[in-house]
Design a binder for this molecule. Structure first.
Ligand code: SAH
Ligand code: SF4
Length: 396
């Protein structure tokens, strides 16, 4: 694609990220009937179409008219890998060159997709590799829902009706979803829309580190599940790990969570995420303090063993320490799960991927440069694991 193509394509409206209500408005403004919106949403999100010409129940005239102003732009996959355990991951290259990751994890009859909302993140939690990259930009609604689109499409078989493989979505990839509020709301709306992916409101989860004013705005705007990234049982420790705590402390976070759950009025509970970091927040007294603190919030607890990355300065606790922490909370009456590390063979752990792919790209550049300079390819390639291969572009 030339620069001119990029400019031309970015001038067109991307139908990918438009909700039914937005498309209805769009068609009305074109002098067309409202029901076109549902037709288009079904073509894009239920049938995986990315070419307006394939929308055969729309007249040729209207398709031609549409093509002059709009298009369906899916994320451009720069790297993808499908693991032996069924985990799939994609790295998409966004306009401007930045990359975002999406991970699919199959488990017990479910398929959970971990979706990114921003390129990088401004909140700088001390244990998060996304935070260490800094903030680049918000993803558009199209770039967010496009991750669901490409995951669903990856399971399509030619000539066969689509099976629903993505049953759950968690907004737990790169970025803080509540700092990209409108786009995340539109994308989640499309995930739950019957004419689109039709995912149940109990299976779409927004995870936040605690942007309290935006949590208040969620009331009445969405009915997705809520996960909060707590990671510490007191403000002194949380101030260190999750800097936004200095602005909105634990009590404010728990109050906002309760208000949101109350607004759902369907007995739903929050998920409390707690990343266990060796000798930082994984002592028995932390578990006791957490058990006491969470008496005020209907919740289940998800313990996430720390995923190490270079120069983090932190370590993952031993299995003994993880289980000691978990057992304390169970004894206190909580429903506790420990997040399994899945897709180890493809580095699918959330937040781990982009760094690796960048590294792979740099290694392949070094490889090409060295070969051009006459070095031994065997020496350079030595040590490259099978999971480390240069970018491959997906077929669409
Ligand atoms: N920004 C949002 C959602 C993305 S992160 C949030 O913070 O909630 C999804 C989860 O992974 C969060 O609970 C986050 O704290 C956690 N996490 C980030 N880096 C991690 C790491 N290196 N190891 C384990 N969990 C991590
Ligand atoms: Fe941002 Fe979440 Fe990472 Fe914190 S944990 S830096 S909020 S992505």
């Amino acid at each position: 694609m030339t620069d001119a193509d990029v400019i031309a394509s970015t001038e067109k409206l991307n139908l990918m990220g438009m909700t039914v209500a937005q498309l209805e408005q769009f068609f009305l403004e074109m002098g067309e009937k409202k029901f076109r919106a549902i037709q288009v949403v079904k073509w894009i999100h239920q049938r995986g179409v990315s070419d307006i010409d394939d929308m055969t129940d729309i007249s040729k005239n209207l398709r031609e008219k549409l093509k002059t102003i709009a298009e369906i732009r899916a994320p451009e996959i720069t790297y993808q890998d499908f693991s032996k355990d069924g985990t799939r991951k994609w790295v998409s290259q966004m306009p401007g060159g930045s990359k975002v990751e999406t991970v699919f994890i199959p488990e017990d009859g479910r398929g959970t997709l971990c979706v990114s909302s921003q390129i990088g993140c401004s909140l700088d939690c001390s244990f998060c590799s996304t935070g260490k990259q800094g903030f680049n930009r918000d993803l558009s609604a199209a770039e967010i829902i496009g991750q669901v689109w490409l995951a669903a499409k990856s399971f399509d078989k030619p000539g066969e009706k689509r099976e629903r493989r993505v049953t759950n979505v968690v907004m737990m990839g790169m970025g803080e979803p509540l700092l990209n509020f409108d786009n995340v709301m539109d994308a989640m709306n499309l995930m739950m829309e019957d004419n689109s992916y039709g995912i149940s409101k109990r299976r779409v989860t927004l995870s936040t580190s605690g942007v309290v004013p935006a949590m208040e705005q969620m009331v009445g705007k969405t009915c997705a599940c809520l996960a909060i990234s707590l990671h510490a049982p007191n403000d002194a420790l949380r101030d260190q790990l999750v800097p936004i705590n200095r602005k909105y402390n634990i009590q404010a976070l728990l109050d906002a969570s309760n208000r949101y759950l109350d607004s759902l009025n369907d007995n739903r509970v929050a998920t409390v995420e707690y990343t266990l970091i060796d000798q930082v927040n994984d002592e028995v007294h932390h578990a006791d303090e957490l058990a006491e603190l969470l008496r005020q919030l209907p919740c289940k607890i998800n313990l996430i063993p720390f995923n190490p990355f270079p120069n983090s300065g932190y370590q993952r606790p031993s299995n003994n320490r993880i289980h000691r922490f978990k057992d304390k909370l169970i004894a206190a009456g909580y429903n506790v799960t420990v997040r399994k590390t899945r897709g180890d063979d493809i580095d699918a752990a959330c937040g781990q991927l982009v760094g690796k792919v960048d590294d792979i790209t740099r290694r392949s550049e070094r490889f090409v440069n060295a070969v051009q300079q006459g070095s031994s390819a065997a020496t350079i390639a030595k040590g490259r694991g099978s999971k480390e291969r240069p970018s491959n572009r997906a077929q669409r």
